[in-house]
Design a protein around this ligand. Structure first.
Ligand SMILES: *Cc1c(COP(=O)(O)O)cnc(C)c1O
Length: 413
């Protein structure tokens, strides 16, 4: 273990970036919010490991912020990519893989009768909202406070550059709070087009909260009563919770669902899945993009979906997450620190008791990074099938150093 790793090359690259890009690296991958200790740039990836520009190696628990599910450079996905790349990628029309992937998704995902493909999660959530409005002829969209649905003006978390009119028809409710949800339905009146909701509450800077099945059923019932669309934003959780969609285990079917992140194990792809009720609404809109028909990511998605099942990936991911959690709980307790671990094992998050300003979380995550495991102080982490018990145990050496640093600086609870 390296006590304090060297980030000389990384810092030089950041200085170059700042000259030619606003803020240097922007958006969720800007390392500014992660403070010292985290690299900004990644040079190489393999399995569950990533390497920065200075050659430091990390066991990765961010999975490219959720885009990797099997592991980096999964051999069958890489083979599908190379095969399709030699045939065709972007051209005057899509490849047959587009139909094959739509068939596979309709067969795999519970509520789906059709699919539309795009590039990013924001494309998918925005298209769902457009289809809901097209299909209902109504305007109001109910959204949970603090939920992330992408970076377009209607949903970005920052209001700079956004005008009130972009948000004019959004009505807020609190996740898992049926009374506040019913008040929002009431406020929408006869103009309710849709509810958009994530499979569980995974807002940044908060403990995660699993969905209350009664809440999900209340949302389904209200959408049925109002003939509005229930949109499930499965961009982050898709294929992590269940093969058939993240609300399959609780038996609540959305009308429309938005997918991206891991569906092609790291290749750029998004999907909107919908049922018969919204097929007509979907036929009437115009959405497209120069690269939306790219065949390589579609071939990667087909290989990913098959590998997930064939390799029992979900069980491996859950087992790795459980092992990590058990180890973290034992370490925290041995240092006399009170922690809270929330969310499903596949998407863990750890917070420290009373850590309102997140100073403990920052120090912990930073020290952990400097000791060879890459996880996040306040955004949920992701497990992948490539995490073996040995990888988790290696990472636990790093988290132990993190807990020691927190205890030394802030004392035991
Ligand atoms: C990441 C994310 C999005 C946006 O996806 P992009 O690919 O970044 O546009 C939307 N919803 C959820 C829940 C997400 O996690």
């Amino acid at each position: 273990m390296t006590e304090l790793h060297n980030l000389t090359e990384d810092h030089a690259a950041r200085r170059r970036a700042a000259k030619v890009m606003p803020n240097g690296v922007y958006g969720h991958q800007s390392a500014i919010s992660l403070l010292e200790g985290f690299p900004q740039f990644i040079q190489r990836t393999e399995g569950c490991r990533v390497w920065d520009l200075d050659g430091n190696e990390y066991v990765d628990f961010l999975c490219g912020y959720g885009i990797v599910l099997l592991g980096y450079h999964h051999p069958l996905v890489d083979a599908a990519i190379e095969h399709q790349m030699r045939l065709a990628d972007c051209s005057n029309g899509p490849g047959l893989v587009m139909v094959e992937l739509a068939e596979l998704l309709v067969e795999t995902v519970d509520h789906a009768d059709w699919a539309i493909f795009a590039k990013n999660g924001t494309d998918a959530t925005t298209t769902c909202v457009t289809i809901a409005r097209s299909g209902t002829g109504r305007r109001k969209v109910l959204v949970a406070e603090g939920a992330y649905h992408g970076s377009a003006p209607w949903c970005t978390p920052r209001m700079n550059g956004v005008v009130d009119e972009d948000r004019a028809h959004l009505i807020k409710f609190r996740y898992n709070d049926t009374a506040s949800f019913h008040a929002a339905v009431e406020a929408a009146g006869t103009d309710m087009a849709a509810v958009i909701v994530s499979p569980f509450r995974h807002d940044a800077r908060h403990d995660q909260e699993l969905v209350d099945p009664d809440f999900a059923r209340a949302v389904r019932r209200a959408c049925d009563d109002k003939d509005a669309a229930l949109i499930l934003d499965d961009v982050r959780c898709g294929f992590r919770i269940a093969h058939g969609g993240s609300w399959e285990p609780i038996g609540v079917k959305p009308d429309l669902s938005a997918w991206s992140k891991a569906i092609a194990n790291g290749q750029p792809l998004a999907a909107v899945l919908g049922n018969e009720r919204f097929r007509e609404g979907a036929t009437k809109i115009f959405v497209t993009g120069s690269f939306w028909f790219s065949a390589v990511p579609m071939a990667a998605a087909i290989a990913t979906i098959h590998a997930l099942r064939d390799e029992g990936a979900l069980q491996k991911i859950i087992a790795a997450g459980d092992r990590l959690r058990t180890g973290l709980a034992a370490q925290a307790s041995s240092y006399g620190l009170t922690i809270n671990q929330t969310g499903p094992s596949q998407m863990p998050l750890l917070t420290f008791a009373g850590d309102v300003d997140l100073m403990r979380a920052d120090l912990w995550a930073r020290t952990t990074a400097m000791n060879g495991a890459y996880l996040h102080p306040w955004h949920n982490w992701f497990m992948m099938a490539a995490h073996t018990a040995d990888d988790v145990d290696r990472a636990l050496l790093a988290t132990d150093a993190g807990f020691a640093a927190v205890r030394d600086k802030f004392g035991a609870d």
